[in-house]
Design a protein around this ligand. Structure first.
Ligand SMILES: [Zn+2]
Length: 162
């Protein structure tokens, strides 16, 4: 497994396996098993709203349901830990894909992208994939070549529940 094997389909589809914005957390836990970590803050339903399987993180609704509102792939790790095909088991691979590697992979997959100014400043640059709304943020400060910090998708319109 290579990190770009995850990031390229994520850029194209906004999904990581069963995980997509709007899905219920249980749709993911049925496939991946219980989350490996969760946040200490709770939503109105008394349940945490941040969950992680290694470098794969989800935020769920802060109100009364566990709909997934955002998915983040944290790539700023030398070794990334990731859920394997076998529930409860992890696999590892190298993180920190470079700007050039990510853009080459998107280009080879025929996946258009555009620069994303709201998250571009002196220390970082960002791109957005219009097809999925996925946003990739690169660290540009004190590095020979920009490296990917994280890739994410998020709900655009808050849903109503409860
Ligand atoms: Zn909700």
């Amino acid at each position: 497994m290579h990190v770009l094997d995850i990031l390229t389909p994520f850029a194209q589809t906004a999904r990581i396996g069963a995980a997509r914005v709007g899905a219920q957390l249980k749709d993911v836990t049925e496939v991946l098993g219980p989350p490996w970590a969760c946040g200490s803050s709770a939503g109105a339903d008394g349940l945490p709203y941040l969950y992680a399987y290694g470098c794969l993180e989800f935020a769920t609704c802060h109100a009364h349901c566990q709909a997934i509102e955002s998915i983040v792939v944290q790539t700023d790790w030398t070794t990334m830990e990731w859920p394997s095909q076998e529930p409860g088991r992890s696999e590892t691979f190298a993180g920190y894909p470079t700007y050039r590697e990510v853009l080459r992979a998107l280009s080879e997959a025929g996946c258009p992208w555009e620069s994303y100014e709201p998250l571009t400043d002196a220390d970082q640059s960002a791109i957005r994939v219009p097809a999925s709304g996925a946003i990739f943020v690169f660290n540009t400060e004190d590095v020979a070549e920009p490296v990917l910090c994280h890739a994410s998708v998020a709900e655009h319109r808050p849903h109503t529940c409860g």
